[in-house]
Design a protein around this ligand. Structure first.
Ligand code: AHR
Length: 501
C-alpha cells in the first residue's frame, strides 16, 4: 500500500489559529437573504421572519463571523436605506445582480439574526459609489454609544445598545470592471486610507480590511496590492483575497490540486504586504483576510436563463451551485491550506452561506439541508481551534495540468488547548488508499480517539432535499498506535478527521 508520513512536534508551530478563518458570507444576492435566512411565511419563522431551521444549521456549521451585505452588491448600496421603519424603506435596483432590493432585511435585522446564529458581523462599506463620509457615519451608527446624530438614530430605531461591529471591509473587489465605481490602485488606495482614518477616529477599536486584487490570475495582481497598501498600510489591518475554482472539464486530479494555487496566492500576498511594510520600516505586519473562497461554476449556465426570464426580479434563484463530493474534497484541502498559513491568514469566509454558492440550501416553504461542502468547514471549525502545528509531511506525488509534484496526501494538524491533537487529511489519489504514518514521539502516548471519514464512490454525488445524506461523514476505521506512531488508512479520495487523545 502507498504510504505517507507526517512528523508532529509541539515545538514546530505555525501559529495561533484565529477562529475567524472558519467564517462565511451573506450577500444581498439571489435567495441568500430572502428565501434563505429570511422567510416570514415559513413554518419555522421566528417573530422577525427568520427561519429557525436555517439558524439551527448555521449554528451546527459553526461560523464565528459572517461578512455582510456584499460582495458586488455593496458597491451600490446606501446603508441608510436598510434602517428605520421597514414599510418606509426604498426598493432599489441592484445593478450588481440585476435584481430589485426591497431592504426588508437591513442592518438591525441582520445583527439580530447574527446574534441568534451565534456569529459576529463583518460589515462591508460602500467605497464604489460612495466614500469616507458614508463609511464613518455607519460606524457611528453601529458602534457609538449615544449622544450623536447617527447613534441616537440607531437608538430611535430600536437598538439602545451599540452593535459593536469589530471587523469592517473597505469596499469590495474595487479593481473589478464589474464593480460599481471601479478604481485604479491609486484611487482606491487613497479613498481606502481616508475612509480608514475617519472610521477609526470614530471607533479606534475596529479592524479594517483593504481590498486586494479580485483575482490571482489577472495582470494587475501584485502591483495592485503594492500600490494600494503603499497608500493605506498604516491605517488598515488586513488585505483581502478572493478565489473561486471550477472543474468544467471533469479533470478531478487537476481540480483537487487547486489549493496549490491558493497557497501560492497567499504566500505572494504575504510577500507584497511585507515588501510594503519593509519599505515603510513599519513595525506592524499586515495579515490576510481570505474573505471569499469556494467552488463556483455549476450554476453559471442556469443563471443566464434566470436573468433572461426575469431581469430585476426579487430574490431570484441565482448562483445556486449544487455541490458534489469532489467539491467537498477541494474545500477540505483549502481549509488545510488556511491552517498551514495560520500565522498570516486571520480571517476567511466561505462564500457564501445559504443558497448562493453555499454549504446550506433551502427550498422556499420547504426544507433545509447540508451540501457536501458543509462537512469540511464544520469539522475544521469544531476541531480546528488552538495552535496550528508545522507538519513535516512526505507523500507520494502526481503531476497534473497546472502543477507538478502534487502531494497525494495533504494534511494539517492542530494542537487544541485541551492537549488533543487533530489531523485533517485529504487523500487525492483517485485509485488507492494511502497509509498515513504519524510520528508523534514528542506527544507521548496519544491514541486515535475518533476517525471521521467523508468518502463516496462517485465524485459527482450530491445531496438534495430528497436525499440529504448521500454524502455525509461516517465513522472511519480508526488507526493503530505503535511505538510513538499512529497509523491510519486514508481511503482513495477521502477527507479525514483524526482525533488523537
Ligand atoms: O460571491 C459572489 C461574488 O463574487 C461577490 O459578490 C463578489 O465579490 C465576487 O466576485
Amino acid at each position: 500500500m502507498k504510504k505517507a508520513t507526517m512528523i508532529l512536534d509541539k515545538d514546530y508551530v505555525i501559529g495561533r489559529i484565529d477562529p475567524r478563518i472558519y467564517g462565511s458570507f451573506i450577500e444581498h444576492l439571489g435567495r441568500a437573504v430572502y428565501g434563505g435566512i429570511y422567510e416570514p411565511t415559513h413554518p419555522t419563522a421566528d417573530k422577525n421572519g427568520f427561519r429557525q431551521d436555517v439558524i439551527d444549521k448555521v449554528r451546527e456549521l459553526g461560523v464565528p463571523v459572517v461578512r455582510y451585505p456584499g460582495g458586488n452588491f455593496v458597491s451600490g448600496f446606501n446603508w441608510e436605506d436598510s434602517v428605520g421603519p421597514r414599510d418606509q424603506r426604498p426598493k432599489r435596483l441592484d445593478l450588481a445582480w440585476m435584481t430589485t432590493e426591497t431592504n426588508e432585511v437591513g442592518l438591525h435585522e441582520f445583527c439580530e439574526w447574527a446574534k441568534k446564529a451565534n456569529t459576529e458581523v463583518m460589515y462591508a462599506v460602500n467605497l464604489g459609489t460612495r466614500g469616507a463620509d458614508a463609511a464613518r457615519n455607519v460606524v457611528e451608527y453601529c458602534n457609538h454609544p449615544s449622544g450623536s446624530y447617527w447613534s441616537d438614530l440607531r437608538i430611535k430605531n430600536g437598538a439602545k445598545k451599540p452593535f459593536g461591529i469589530k471587523l469592517w471591509c473597505l469596499g469590495n473587489e474595487m479593481d473589478g470592471s464589474w464593480q460599481m465605481g471601479q478604481k485604479t490602485a491609486y484611487e482606491y488606495g487613497r479613498v481606502a486610507n481616508e475612509a480608514a482614518k475617519v472610521m477609526k477616529w470614530v471607533d479606534p477599536s475596529i479592524e479594517l480590511v483593504a481590498c486586494g486584487s479580485c483575482g490571482h490570475d489577472i495582470p494587475t495582481f501584485g502591483s495592485w496590492e503594492y500600490e494600494v497598501l503603499d497608500q493605506c498600510y498604516d491605517n488598515v489591518d488586513y488585505v483581502s483575497l478572493h478565489r473561486y475554482y471550477g472543474n468544467p472539464t471533469g479533470d478531478t486530479p487537476g481540480f483537487l490540486a487547486r489549493n496549490m494555487d491558493l497557497n501560492d496566492f497567499i504566500r505572494e500576498v504575504v510577500a507584497v504586504c511585507d515588501a510594503v511594510g519593509g519599505k515603510k520600516h513599519a513595525k506592524k505586519k499586515l495579515n490576510l483576510s481570505f474573505d471569499e473562497w469556494n467552488v463556483w461554476y455549476h450554476s453559471n449556465e442556469q443563471d443566464r436563463e434566470v436573468w433572461k426570464a426575469d431581469k430585476w426580479g426579487r430574490a431570484l434563484p441565482l448562483l445556486e451551485d449544487v455541490y458534489n463530493f469532489e467539491d467537498a474534497l477541494l474545500a477540505g484541502a483549502i481549509l488545510i491550506t488556511f491552517l498551514k498559513n495560520a500565522d498570516r491568514v486571520k480571517v476567511a469566509c466561505l462564500a457564501q452561506l445559504v443558497n448562493v454558492i453555499a454549504p446550506i440550501m433551502t427550498r422556499n416553504g420547504g426544507g433545509v439541508w447540508a451540501q457536501t461542502i458543509f462537512w469540511p468547514l464544520m469539522h475544521t471549525s469544531k476541531f480546528g481551534r488552538g495552535t496550528s502545528l508545522r507538519p513535516v509531511i512526505s507523500s507520494p506525488v502526481y503531476d497534473c495540468k497546472d502543477y507538478e509534484k502534487v502531494p497525494l496526501v495533504d494534511a494539517a494538524a492542530v494542537l487544541g488547548d485541551d492537549g488533543c491533537v487533530t489531523i485533517f487529511a485529504v487523500n487525492r489519489d483517485t485509485e488507492d488508499a494511502i497509509t498515513l504514518e504519524c510520528d508523534l514521539r514528542a506527544f507521548g502516548s496519544l491514541k486515535v480517539s475518533e476517525h471521521i471519514l467523508l468518502h463516496h464512490e462517485d465524485v459527482k454525488a450530491v445531496n438534495t432535499e430528497e436525499n440529504p445524506n448521500e454524502v455525509r461523514p461516517k465513522k472511519g476505521r480508526g488507526g493503530k498506535a505503535e511505538g510513538g506512531k499512529v497509523i491510519v488508512r486514508l481511503p482513495a479520495l477521502s477527507w479525514n478527521v483524526i482525533r488523537l487523545k
